[in-house]
Every structure is written in C-alpha cells, then in structure tokens.
Design a protein around this ligand. Structure first.
Ligand code: CA
Length: 233
C-alpha cells in the first residue's frame, strides 16, 4: 500500500483527494498547516506528497525546498491556484515532480498520480539482488540512493540520480532525450528536452574523469545517451 501525504488547507479538496486516493489503494495522511505538513514530510516516509502552495504558517514552495534540502526524494505533486506564479521552470528548480492548477478535475488528478507512480516504478525497477550496482570504479547503492566513485561519495541531485540509475540498470540501451524526459520527469515536461542535456552534463562533471571521452554515460550522436555496457563489474 502506498502512503500519500496531502498538505492542503481547503478541507473540501483534501477530503475529496483522500476519497480518490483511498480508491487507488493509498493510505492517506492529511495536514492542513504548512509547518505540520513539513514535519510529517521529514519524519515519516511517504510514496507521494500532494502539496498545496498557499498554506498557513509555511508555503508549499518552502516545504518543497526544505524536503529536497534534506535529500528526501519522495515525489511531490504541487497544487497551484491560477493566480499564483508557478510554472514548469520553477517546478524543475525546486524539485517538484508535477503540478496541477486549480480547479482541476479528479480524473486529471488521478491520471497525474498514476503517472508519478508508474515513473517511480520504472526508475526503481531493478533486480532485487541488484540493490548495489558496481560498474568499474562506480558503485550505485539503490536502496540508500548513494553513488560512490573510487571510494568517495558523489553528491547527486534527485534527478541526476534517477537518470544515472535508469541508464545504469539498462546498460547498452540508447535513450532519446524525450524518453529520458518522460521517464524521469514525466510527459508534462515535453518540450524541455534541453533540461535532459543540462542534467546529463552536470552528472558527467560529477562522475566522469574525461568529459571529452566519457566512460560511463556515452552519447549517441543525434539520438541520445546510453550507459557503457563494456565496463567490468
Ligand atoms: Ca491553500
């Protein structure tokens, strides 16, 4: 059963979301205050946080930033009002996974939630024995979401880790930028393929010795990227 935290101060909305999330076999925890919500987000484990922006005591954008600052990688679906300045770029910057503008239909909400769960499953789907991936000098601890290079911890952002994990668990497979964008960020970010390039570039500066000849993440010119499948384990 998936655990979902709904941080929303409008009771009718949070009650409605609870009903439909419960239908999706989720266990729902509700918070109607920003500080209480942040506390729950930090101290308990959830599979999804549905986060309103305008909240008493602490707004949703700050909550999202605080959660990411603590390296908590739970997917976050933001709820925004039309009048609020929130767009895809800000969403990408603060580490939200998706957002919905109020008023939204329940059908749209459910579709977004399902898409997030599908994405999480796609990124995390690895062999059970394979919770630590060793490739050359690179070690990926899937459970702890840690990357060790030559014995030293590499600090990756959530999306950098997701990109690396997806490709490293499918070595040799070429992913187009669009495929990476859809799998790691979701279809609603279509048109933001350049985001993939900049994340790959940052990821490479963190794990590659020679950027002109990357060892792990290879470029397939005009197509996309693939993880080197000829490295020794
Ligand atoms: Ca609100």
């Amino acid at each position: 059963m998936r655990k979902v935290l709904v941080i929303e101060d409008e009771k009718e909305i949070s009650d409605l979301l609870e009903i439909h999330l419960t239908d999706l076999n989720c266990q729902v925890t509700k918070a109607n205050d920003g500080k209480v919500g942040l506390d729950l987000a930090i101290n308990e484990q959830f599979d999804l946080i549905v986060l309103d922006i305008m909240l008493p005591n602490l707004d949703g954008i700050e909550i999202c930033k605080e959660v990411r600052k603590r390296e908590i990688y739970v997917p976050i679906l933001m709820l925004t009002a039309k009048s609020e300045e929130f767009d895809k770029v800000l969403g990408l910057e603060i580490g939200a996974d998706d957002y919905l503008t109020k008023p939204f239909s329940i059908r749209e909400f459910i579709a977004r939630v399902k898409a997030i769960f599908r994405r999480v499953d796609a990124v995390q789907k690895t062999d059970i024995d394979n919770t630590i991936i060793n490739v050359g000098d690179l070690k990926i601890d899937v459970q702890k979401r840690r990357v060790i290079l030559n014995g030293e911890r590499v600090e990756l952002t959530q999306k950098e880790f997701d990109l690396l994990l997806l490709m490293a668990t499918h070595p040799g497979r070429t992913y187009t930028r669009e495929q990476l964008l859809n799998t790691v960020w979701g279809y609603q970010y279509n048109g933001y393929e350049h985001t993939v390039n900049s994340h790959i570039n940052r990821l490479r500066t963190k794990i590659e010795d020679d950027l002109s000849n990357p060892k792990f993440i290879r470029t397939s010119w005009g197509v996309g990227y693939w993880f080197n499948d000829s490295l020794e384990n």
